[in-house]
Structures are given as C-alpha cells and as structure tokens.
Design a binder for this molecule. Structure first.
Ligand code: HEC
Length: 482
C-alpha cells in the first residue's frame, strides 16, 4: 500500500530521480577524512536559519508591529503566552548563533583558500548572505521596540543622515518620516519579515546552486597550487577518486547541525529572552543607547575617533570593508591555498578579529552617541528669549532639556510630528497648554510624570509667549479667561 502511494507520487514528481543524483553526487575524498569536519559550518548556519524561520513565524502570530502595542505584545510573550519567553529567547539566541556561524564559515573558507578559482561567485554570494544576515540582526533589534531599540534606530538614522545630499531623503525613507514613529516600526517590520528574508532565501538558493555546480574545494595541501588553466581538469580527476555526498559527508553535516541546534536550544533556556528593557519614550534619553553586539565594534570605533573623523568613518569604513570582502577572490584567485603558505592571509584574520574584539569591548562601555539632528535638544533660538521673564526663560530650558523639538519645530528647526510651536499661544489657552503637556494625547507623550509642577508652570508660561507680536493670545470662549 505504502509502496503504491510513494510510486503514485514518484511517477508524478520524479523527486527520487532529481534528488537522488544530487545526494549521491561525488565530492572530494577529503570530506570523509579528518579534514571533513571543516566542511560543516555552512550547514550549521543554515539549520539556525531554519530555527529563525520557524520561531519567527510563531512570534509574528503574537507580535503587534505598531508603535503603541509592540512593547506590550513583547511583554505578553514574556509573561502571558505559554512558552512565549522561550520562543523569544530562541529567536534571539539562534539569531546571534547565525551571525557567529556565518562568520566561522567565512573564516574557514578564507583560511583554506576555498574562494579561489572557480569559486569566486560562491564567495561573493556568501558575502551578500553575511550582509543580509547582519541586516536581519539590525532590523530585528528595532522590532524589540524598547528604549534601546528606539535609540539604536536613532543612532542608525543619524548615521545615515550624514550621507551627502541624499542623507535626509534616506532617513525619511528608512523612518517613514522625519522622526522615529509609528511608520518606522512598520518599515522595519516589512524589512525584517518580507524584504530581507526574501532576498536572503534567493541568494541562499544561488549560493547552494553554486556549491553543487562548482563543487566544494579539496582539503588544501602545501605546494598544490591553483591555476585557472588546469584547475578544472585537476578537480575532475579528484572527483573520479571522490566519494558520494550521501551517506558519510551528509551524516556529518546532519550531526553538526543537530549539535548546534541542541546547543542553541540549551543556551536559549539559560540566557532567556533579550529585553524589552523599558518602554520607548522619545522624552527619556537613556544615557547609553547601544546597538546589539554585531554592531558594537563600529560604535566603539566612533567613540574613539576624533569628532572630525566621525563622518568619514561612518560613511567610508563600511564601504571599504564590504569592498575588500568583495575583492578578496579577485585579489588572489590562484596560487597557494594552504594557510601555512599564506602568512598574510592568516595574519589579516588575526589582526581583524583582535581589532574587532577590542573595539567591541570599547563599544560596550564607551560613553558616546552621535549628534542626532532630527531630534535635537538645540537651545531655543535667541529671538524667542528676548525680553522674557526669568520664569519664562526657565520654561525655555525645560523645552530644550525635554527634547520637545524632537517632534515640534521652533523657528523652522525640529521634528514635524507635532505642529510647530511658533504661534502656539494664539491657538491654545493656558489651561489647554497645561493639559496638553501633562496628559499628552494625539500622538504626543504625556509629560505629567516627568515634569514637576513648577516646571510645567515655567514651560507653559514660556509657551504662552510664542505668538506673533501683532496677534492676541487664545481665549477660552466660555469664560473669557486667557
Ligand atoms: C513624540 C512627539 C512629541 C513630543 C516629544 C512632544 N510633542 Fe507636543 N505634540 C505632539 C503631537 C503629535 C501633537 C499634536 C496633538 C494633537 O493633534 O492633538 C502635539 C501637540 C502639542 C501642543 C499643542 C499644539 C497646538 O498647536 O495645538 C503643545 C503646546 C505641545 N505639543 C507641547 C509640547 C511640549 C512642551 C513638549 C515637550 C515637553 C512636547 N510637546 C513634546 C508630539 C510631541
């Protein structure tokens, strides 16, 4: 009976006919020796991607990608949903694991010279996969819509805003507006759930296709040089003495993948979910906004760099690094493959990881944050201060310290989320101003808990001076009170 069912499908799908040769395709005999264990890192990365897809789908069932509910939906996952905390922990741990395994895979390929002819394209696809994986890490960090995520995005946006000419337009595209708001979260959700994963799977398909078509490299031997002219013939000869991918190399891949999955399952249970730390609040700037670990090194570098060099580093360094990664197989696509004969390659790896490690360590403790133009706590322009009473001046300081211009423009500078405050006294009475500041509403946070009554007094006193000289302040129509 079972046989008849499988036959029914097989005669229509021809799966065994297609996959059989794929499983049994010959690979170099080195894969069944001791060196064979170096070929498992790619599969390990891929099995973690599998965990990410599964846990990601489960998380999306509960997560609300809306600025006012995202945080509570994460708390619900942590505390209310059955095993929700573990789901979050697993997604976070496997995500970090994926970044780590992708890097390990890449270092192995680099040290073994496996990127050399004819596998240049396989390497390039791999570099794109690394970038997309990092893109997932960053966009995922933003979805954890807490204070860190909020300011992490702010730092990212401030960096992008430095691109000459098109910087502001780029920030607008990324954030869905001039400041971080509800649209920002929707955009990052689309990035994290549709756009980047779609690209990732497509490029992964290309990568695997190339791995099968071009074959995996042999275990490097000293003095055995790669020469594009003779390499193909040599490799064909190698495959004649090769072994089929199934069973041995296949089971090694499976074993290593199972191992990393078990490690991640255990680590997730020990480490628990990441955050959410505190609700995002544009009014509260934690002293130390910090990106997740894959980006800490850049943060650390910026904290050490002189301010004049910041822009050059922010814009130049990533381009240079990615450029170098792309160029690797073109700089050296022939010659020695064994690491013992390539001291420069080995040394570069050591130096790069030492530097990244030290910078990350700095990044984890450095008191640095880029100047964030869009939500500036810039001083109130002078013309709004002339002839004001001490209490009103005090109010101007509150306005500056509470970063109201995060969302409100004054004198043409500031966010656009709320109305410009220049003529606010014409529109609102004192009571209305007090209510707006204390209770917020209409997309403005309530400041009742963050301002002392005296500060509210000063602030409102200052706000009620904001009107053109020739216009009256607003009146309450019921009492005539100003
Ligand atoms: C997160 C963005 C945001 C921040 C930060 C913010 N506001 Fe607002 N504010 C708004 C929005 C949006 C509105 C419009 C509310 C509405 O339409 O009901 C608003 C409205 C107002 C109004 C009424 C303006 C009018 O013309 O009707 C005042 C006054 C005001 N804000 C003062 C402040 C002060 C003072 C601070 C700092 C303590 C501040 N806001 C911080 C977003 C913000």
């Amino acid at each position: 009976m079972l046989r008849r069912i499988t036959n029914w499908f097989e005669s229509r799908l021809n799966l065994a006919e297609t996959l059989g040769p794929l499983l049994r395709h010959p690979v170099p005999c080195g894969l069944v020796g001791k060196g064979g264990w170096f070929y498992v890192f790619g599969s390990m990365t891929m099995s973690l991607l599998g965990i990410q897809i599964l846990t990601g789908i489960c998380l999306a069932l509960v997560y609300v990608p809306a600025a006012d509910n995202a945080y509570t939906s994460l708390e619900a996952l942590n505390y209310d949903v059955y095993m929700g905390w573990y789901l979050r922990a697993l997604h976070n741990t496997a995500g970090s694991g994926m970044v780590i395994m992708a890097i390990v895979h890449m270092v192995q390929v680099f040290l073994w010279g496996a990127f050399k002819y004819p596998r240049e394209l396989t390497w390039l696809a791999g570099v794109v996969l690394l970038l997309l994986t990092l893109g997932m890490a960053f966009s995922g960090q933003v979805l954890r819509w807490d204070a860190d995520a909020y300011w992490g995005t702010g730092v990212g946006a401030a960096m992008m805003g430095r691109v000459p000419v098109i910087g502001p337009a780029l920030v607008h595209l990324l954030l869905g507006g001039p400041v971080i708001g509800a649209d920002t979260l929707s955009r990052f959700f689309a990035l994290h759930v549709f756009i980047i994963p779609g690209m990732l799977l497509a490029v992964l398909g290309l990568h695997l296709y190339l791995v099968v078509k071009r074959g995996v490299s042999t275990v490097p031997e000293e003095g055995k040089l790669v020469d594009p002219k003779t390499e193909d013939a040599k490799y064909e000869q190698e495959l004649k003495n090769g072994v089929p991918f199934y069973p041995e190399p296949f089971w090694r891949d499976s074993f290593a993948s199972a191992l990393i999955v078990i490690v991640v399952l255990g680590l997730a249970a020990i480490l628990g979910p990441a955050g959410p730390s505190a609700p995002p609040d544009p009014a509260l700037i934690p002293a130390n906004p910090r990106p997740d670990w894959p980006f800490l090194w850049l943060f650390g570098l910026l904290s050490l760099a002189p301010p004049e060099a910041e822009t050059a580093i922010i814009l130049g360094l990533p381009v240079v690094l990615v450029g170098v990664l792309f160029l690797v197989p073109f700089i050296a696509n022939r010659g020695e493959r064994h690491p013992r004969r390539r001291p420069v390659a080995v040394l570069s790896v050591i130096v790069i990881f030492l530097v990244l490690g030290v910078l990350s360590w700095y990044g984890a403790k450095a008191p640095w944050s880029p100047h964030m133009e869009a939500w500036s706590g810039d001083p109130v322009p002078e013309k709004y201060l002339k002839g004001r009473s001490p209490l009103q001046l005090q109010g101007a300081v509150v306005l500056q310290n509470k970063n109201c211009r995060n969302c409100h423009a004054l004198g043409g500078l500031g966010g656009e989320r709320g109305p410009a405050l220049d003529g606010v006294a014409v529109r609102q009475t004192r009571d209305q101003l007090v209510r707006q500041v204390i209770q917020g509403g209409g997309n403005m946070p309530a400041y009742g808990k963050q301002l002392r009554p005296a500060e509210v007094d000063a602030l409102v006193d200052f706000l009620s001076t904001l009107r053109p000289a020739d216009e009256q302040v607003a009146r309450d129509p019921t009492s005539g009170k100003r």
